[in-house]
Design a binder for this molecule. Structure first.
Ligand code: ADP
Ligand code: MG
Length: 316
């Protein structure tokens, strides 16, 4: 791409924070020091406009979100995020967009403590691809397959806000109330729960981040762990903003089937629940207990036995 080197120098080169980055942007490859007795955790997520974010989303938010959804995958593994690469495809050299995007990316990188160590820049339809690298102590990774029958199910914070945010965005309202803005912000600027993950990893068996919807992502844990689940829908909590905007049934629908929240969903063995909850409270992190892993049916049921399915649950 014309001006590629100038573009990289201007928007995607900032000093590495970590001394473990031996060599960063500018050579043929980056060189990194891995901690002893750790495994490298690697994941990549691509964002395409109008599929993963509304095309007119503020570029700052796009940059922030592109990194956050990647860091979220490392959080879901119980790892420490360390480095990332950025493969950027752009139709034009749009300096306004690049400035905002770069600022959002850098703000997120700073808040998660990760370094941008390289990438690729090409011309074409807009695509933002980030590869994140993190570390987990050997044997400590939180796998989807590690759920055990009887484990309690938890999420960080509460879900549904981002799906509400998307619904609100689609209405194209001339003005937004504080609650509507809150939900839209949850869609456009998700927080990867990396801090919470540092507590969760000492107690949890299985863990996943909620990108496609609580029930949908739970089904991945169930399949990998050969379990079923009960969700106590009467126990599911909603943010004050969500409650203010929608009736109970709509809140529950957003919370169970809405995507893009990037909260963590995880299972904790019953014997560890008390200590886990205490540790979370002590750290000031919000969580909710929402159900239990059951025998190996793959089916998700409500307390009364009603099946709950990710695509339009017929509960009401
Ligand atoms: P190569 O020809 O070896 O593929 P490039 O010209 O693509 O190298 O990139 C030059 C340097 O700039 C490399 O260190 C690469 O990692 C880095 N880089 C390229 N694009 C980006 C980007 N969007 N963000 C960060 N670093 C980038
Ligand atoms: Mg290249």
């Amino acid at each position: 791409m014309a001006g590629e080197f100038d573009l990289i120098a201007r928007y995607f080169s900032w000093p590495a924070r970590s001394t473990r980055v031996n060599l960063s942007v500018g050579d043929d490859a980056a060189l990194l020091d891995i901690s002893p007795n750790h495994q490298l955790a690697i994941s990549v997520d691509t964002l395409v406009p109008d599929i993963h974010f509304p095309a007119d989303t503020a570029p700052f938010d796009v940059g922030h979100k592109a990194l956050s959804v990647n860091v979220s995958d490392i959080a879901a593994m119980g790892g420490e995020p360390c480095w990332f690469t950025l493969a950027l495809t752009l139709p034009t050299y749009d300096t306004d967009w690049l400035e905002g995007f770069s600022a959002g990316l850098q703000a997120a990188a700073q808040s998660y403590g990760v370094d941008l160590i390289g990438g690729d820049t090409t011309r074409g339809p807009q695509t933002i691809s980030i590869q994140i690298m993190g570390e987990t102590a050997v044997g400590q990774a939180l796998r989807r397959s590690a759920g055990q029958m009887g484990d309690f199910l938890y999420t960080t914070a509460s879900t549904g806000d981002a799906a509400a945010g998307l619904a609100i965005y689609k209405e194209q309202l001339p003005e937004l109330s504080a609650s509507q803005q809150y939900c839209l912000d949850r869609l456009n600027r998700p927080t990867a729960r990396i801090a919470e993950s540092r507590v969760i990893r000492d107690y949890a068996n299985a863990c996943i981040d909620i990108s496609d919807g609580l029930l949908q992502d739970l089904s991945h844990i169930l399949k990998a762990s050969d379990c079923g689940a009960t969700i106590y829908t009467d126990q599911v909590q909603f943010s004050p903003a969500l409650k203010q905007l929608y009736d109970h049934q709509q809140c529950l629908s957003f919370a169970l089937t809405g995507g893009d929240d990037y909260e963590l969903l995880f299972s904790v063995p019953q014997v560890k629940c008390k200590a886990f909850e205490q540790a979370m409270r002590q750290s000031g992190y919000t969580y909710q207990a929402i159900g239990k892993l059951t025998a190996n049916s793959g089916v998700i049921r409500d307390r009364d036995g009603t099946p709950l399915t990710a695509t339009g649950f017929q509960h009401f």
